[in-house]
Structures are given as C-alpha cells and as structure tokens.
Design a protein around this ligand. Structure first.
Ligand code: MG
Length: 283
C-alpha cells in the first residue's frame, strides 16, 4: 500500500492490521526487482511489535491515509474496451475480435476515499470496475505463455467515464480522461498471491446497491492474451498499468440510465484485493 505518513507518500507492506513502511514509492521498488526489503520490513516490524517497542515505520492500517498505489504513473494507463461480452452488448456493440486499446492520462489518478469530481463538462457520469495489472518486468513481443511472469501484481481501478463526451468526441480518450477519472487501490496484491487472475469476483456498488457482479473468468481476452497483444512491437515497462475492462451493469446499460450523481458513493470490490471506495462530489 502507498500511504501518506509524515507528510509524504511511503510504501508499506500490509498484514491486515498494520502497515510496515519500508520504501518511498512502489515504482522504484518494482524496478529494483526484489521482494526482500518488504519481507524484512514485515519481519522486523513484527519483532518490534512483540517487544512493544514503538517505531515510526509501523502504523495501524485503521486510520492510515491511503493513496493510489502509484499516485502519478509515468505513462498513460493502458485500458481495454469491451472486454466482457455482456458489457459490449449492453453498449450496443459487437464482441471484438482483437483487444480494443485506449489510454487515460496520469492526471486522472486518485486514491481510495478521494472524491470523483462530477465535472460540469458532463451530464452522463458512469462507473466501471476493472482488474488493473501492474507490470513488473520490461518486455516486448511477450508470448502468452510467459505473460504472467511480466506481472508485478494486481489492483482495482474504476474507469470513470463521461458517456456524453465519449460519444461526442468519437475517440474514447476525452470522455475517459477528466481529472479524478481513475480511482485506484486500495492495495497492490503481488502476483504470487493471485496465481490465476481469471477467477476473481468483481462487484461494484453504488450507495450500497450492487450494480456490477461478475467474474474475471468472463473476460473476452485474458490478462495473458492482453499482455501479449499490447506488447507486440511495443515495450512494456515496470510500473506500467493495464486496466482489463469492465463487465456488464454500468449506468449506461440500465433502462433508464442511472448516471452517477453528486453525493453518491461508489465501492469497487475485487476478491482477494479489497474495496476501493470513492464519493462523487460537485466541482
Ligand atoms: Mg473501461
């Protein structure tokens, strides 16, 4: 988890009760390519807790101020449209035969509990729960069989979308890219804890009402196929983020559409990762 502690972002490993801070940021930790500092921080922190020794680098998870795992990605976030057949249908589109890639800029990213701004530029604000992949190892032309070894871990992204802008500008970029339109978190789970990313339940709630409830088993293109397709002739780097598409149940697909309103609270939950909660606020 990335938390704000002592007035700055810090990276910590979490055991469900405490956060054991050990580095400045996830990007440089991924680049160093070793989990040892995290494991050592956990072991040392637990020894200190047992000995009842106070230590500034061990903080309670409850009340910790969480940030997005990578608060400011170095590149645009890679995204995939129509990667669940039922969601393609609810949007009136055919199921694609190749992955539909687009991106969101780094300025979209916010963390858990941070407000999603209902910008005046849109009247059709929508949510999309997505499994997001954090790349751990550089590669180009990555074969399907080796794709998961290029993953560092997994988190949750809400691919917030202004449907009216998405339609009006034809390319999806504008409607997907307003400030606060990529809430991410609450944690990154290392790939060793999620050996099969195609078997995770995703649930999106708006004000407690379940709107999306599906499994990553229903993806049209699996995580490994997406990585293989995206990396064809194009280098993926440590810290790159790939959001893998959303299942059916978005506001656009309901009759009548139930757009997000100021005051709503959206909660995106993925089994084994956690819950990403954000309120919708006026600009
Ligand atoms: Mg999406």
């Amino acid at each position: 988890m990335t938390v704000r502690s002592g007035g700055r972002p810090r990276l910590g490993i979490v055991d469900g009760v405490h956060v054991y801070l050990f580095a400045d940021d996830l990007l440089s930790f991924i680049e160093r390519g070793s989990l040892v500092p995290a494991r050592e921080a956990l072991a040392q922190g637990r020894r200190r807790l047992r000995a009842r020794r106070k230590h500034g680098d061990v903080i309670p998870l409850k009340g910790a101020r969480l940030l997005a795992p990578i608060p400011r990605p170095r590149k645009n976030i890679f995204c995939v449209g129509r990667n669940y057949a039922e969601h393609a249908r609810e949007g009136g589109s055919p199921v694609p035969e190749v992955p539909v890639f687009f991106t969101k800029p780094p300025t979209c990213v916010v963390g858990p509990e941070a407000p999603i701004v209902h910008h005046a530029a849109t009247r059709e604000l929508d949510y999309e729960i997505e499994l997001a992949v954090i790349i751990g190892k550089r590669g180009r032309n990555i074969p399907v069989e080796r794709a998961l070894s290029h993953v560092f871990g997994y988190t949750i992204m809400n691919d917030v979308t202004a449907r009216d802008l998405q339609r009006r500008h034809q390319q999806w970029f504008k409607g997907k890219s307003l400030d606060t339109f990529a809430p991410m978190g609450p944690a990154v789970v290392h790939r060793s804890a999620i050996p099969n990313p195609q078997n995770l339940r995703l649930r999106m709630r708006v004000n407690g009402e379940v709107r999306q409830d599906a499994s990553t088993a229903s993806m049209v293109f699996s995580v490994e196929r997406l990585i293989a397709a995206l990396s064809a002739g194009m280098t993926l780097e440590p810290g790159d983020i790939l959001a893998t598409g959303t299942p059916e149940g978005v506001a656009m697909g309901r009759t009548p559409p139930e757009w997000l309103q100021v005051g709503d609270v959206v909660e995106a939950e993925i089994e084994g990762i956690g819950t990403l909660r954000n309120p919708v606020v006026a600009p």
